[in-house]
Ligand binder design. Sequence first.
Ligand SMILES: Cc1cc2nc3c(=O)[nH]c(=O)nc-3n(C[C@H](O)[C@H](O)[C@H](O)COP(=O)(O)O)c2cc1C
Ligand SMILES: [Mn+2]
Length: 482
Amino acid sequence: MGTSLEDVDDLRGWLALVDELGELTVLEGADWDLEIGAASEVNYRRSRPAALLFDRVTGYPAGARVLSGSMSNARRLGVTLRLGTDLDDRKLVQALRSKPNEWVAAAPRFAARTVDTGPVCENIDTGDDIDLLRFPVPRWHEGDGGRYIGTGCAVITCDPATGEINAGAYRMQVQDEGRSASVNIESGKHGAMHVRDWFAKEGRAPVVASLGHDPLLLVVAGTEVPGGVSELDYAGAVIGRPVDVVRGEVTGLPIPATAEIVVEGWLYPDRTRPEGPFGEWTGYYSGGIDPVLTMDIERVYHRDDAILLGAPPGKPPHDYSYMRSVMKSAMIHDALVATGLPGLEGVWAHEAGGGRQLLAVSITQRYAGHSKQAGMLTSSLPAAAYMNKLVIVVDDDVDPRSLDEVVWAMCSRTEPGHDIEVVRRTWGSRVDPLRERGAPAYNTRAVIDACRPFERLEGFPVVAEASRALCDRVIAKWPGLA
Ligand SMILES: Cc1cc2nc3c(=O)[nH]c(=O)nc-3n(C[C@H](O)[C@H](O)[C@H](O)COP(=O)(O)O)c2cc1C
Ligand SMILES: [Mn+2]
């Protein structure tokens, strides 16, 4: 006993603390083929999902493990963000207020620090020894086209001109019987721009991918940290000390020194493999099978008894939808504040929309047009633009986190004839179930003004619910009521 937040500097320290908090369940004897995935799904649909650590996976030695459900509640997400060991939903959201902007500002002071070696170097495989299937890589969903080693991963690239480092979670499917892995980077993502620039400059792109690590690395790689900020430095700002990295033997790219499993190699423009289908965060096998860039792997670094970090998406709620909702809500809130928009009260990125498609924003209206401005801004922010579908702007008496309240406001305050703005040919995705096969990845979105008309704020019908004072009076009279 006695692990504290300050002691957590890798996945093992994280697991020790989470175990002490009673938040970890170990499951033995699961098959990598579908059973790990289905058990994970059953788990995160419970009201109090645990973190699940799979050991003694069928056909694999004890110690070769897979973790899922790492951040599917407030307590474990709070631990991961080093914000506290006993946070609930409300306290976590409060503790996160203005943190994303602070972390962006602090990142340069916590730049990743190069060290000579680390636990990730305990084993380094090269040449014919490279075999990704030495790890118990799950086939997560019944309709998946293969085994995905990269779900909770961090794909590290650099800008060939500036050297700036990026880390993004881009799914990776095992290819060539374990010799290689495809890296599915959607266009417009920071990693995609690095790879494109390297192809133009040198004909190949250096890549490192961490496949098991402190779940904080998944948070920063898997959410929209602003461009120009290295996710590794941002993670340092979250922890309050720099992340230690060793330099890759082949590419020189930074490798988190305490990572569990890391692959290093190159992408080439003409080296692709058929990829997918995969059960996506939209809730569908929506990507189909497409050729995707596949890594030529030259090194596999792994700790003894390595742990793979899984984060399988699917129909929400899914493995990381809670994490995404909380983080996106905080990041979009901070990004809106940074635009100078007045009167912002709250933002919520709903899990039902995978944390992207359905955003609710509450404001105190200050002028005619304010509510539509808030909606249009939100929908276009770099923190929110990718695959957004609906932004619903509500007044400050409506809780943006409550779907019931948001829908009630929409039903009663939206005049569809002039309060729904449709914006076409916006930033969509290959995984959009509405996209026609082969069509470019645009989508269409709507900004819904569910605020009372500004010119009628005074005269608008009064909401029919008991006042706080009246409620307090009856509760004082019959305390058992509340
Ligand atoms: C578990 C997980 C899997 C993801 N898979 C992909 C993916 O396959 N392709 C992709 O482009 N984005 C994927 N994302 C979203 C990106 O990680 C996210 O947009 C992130 O901001 C990308 O980093 P970047 O902003 O530095 O490009 C995934 C996110 C998570 C959390
Ligand atoms: Mn980035």
